[in-house]
Design a protein around this ligand. Structure first.
Ligand code: MGP
Length: 211
């Protein structure tokens, strides 16, 4: 007579499945531990305007990172730009490039500059700055990403500014491509003033990107 005893021996098929599950779990958990590397290592700088010190002395390195996870950890840890007091800047530059005109990689460079109205601090500043950071760390400018040195946000009572700095203001292909992608990524409305200027003689080399 057949008994209805519960099975005590393990079915071989089930045990293989269990092993496979274990293997899968190992792979998943291993992936969880590997951070996602960025193409470049980046350095975040902070500038606080103390008039008793030189401009360079007011510039402080906050931290460096080279993974997606460390980028978000840092971003989530620091104040939003809109919470900073006037006169402060954040700068994100490739490791090895100082966020100043004097650096070899900036000397012949320029910047795509967005000039914001006072009202835009509340409406646009933080999302424009985050999108700028994502363009940089995500190398959004295709072959021309190598021309990017970094980006700066200036918090100012007269109106905040955000800029992407490039290494060679005479490299028209790179400048135009970076400007086109940047405008698309920000989805800049027509009222936003955006243009490129060289660091050397700021206002003469200014041009607007018409598309
Ligand atoms: P700023 O902070 O870029 O803009 O430059 P802000 O405060 O809006 O002023 P504006 O002149 O654009 O209307 C302010 C001042 O900081 C400059 O005039 C310089 O004296 C100094 N400064 C700014 N930068 C980016 C540099 C730099 O790269 N090197 C040095 N040495 N000084 C700088």
């Amino acid at each position: 007579m057949a008994t209805a005893e519960p099975e005590t021996s393990t079915n071989p098929t089930n045990s293989e499945e269990e092993k496979n599950d274990e293997n899968k779990q190992e792979i998943v958990s291993l992936e969880d531990y590997i951070k996602h590397p960025l193409q470049n290592r980046w350095a975040l700088w902070f500038f606080k305007n103390d008039k008793s010190k030189t401009w360079q002395a007011n510039l402080r390195l906050i931290s460096k990172f080279d993974t997606v996870e460390d980028f978000w950890a840092l971003y989530n840890h620091i104040q939003l730009s809109s919470n900073l007091i006037s006169g402060c800047d954040y700068s994100l530059f490739k490791d090895g490039i100082e966020p100043m005109w004097e650096d070899e990689r900036n000397k012949q460079g320029g910047r795509w500059l967005i000039t914001l109205s006072k009202q835009q601090r509340r409406a646009d500043l933080d999302r424009f700055w985050l999108e700028t950071l994502l363009c940089l760390v995500g190398e959004a400018f295709d072959d021309h990403s190598d021309d990017v040195c970094g980006a700066v946000v200036n918090i100012r009572t007269k109106g905040d500014k955000i800029a992407i700095w490039t290494t060679d203001y005479e490299n028209k292909d790179a400048v135009i491509h970076i400007g086109r992608v940047y405008k698309e990524r920000l989805g800049v409305p027509p009222k936003v003033i955006i243009g490129y200027q060289s660091h050397g003689d700021s206002h003469q080399k200014w041009f607007h990107h018409q598309e």
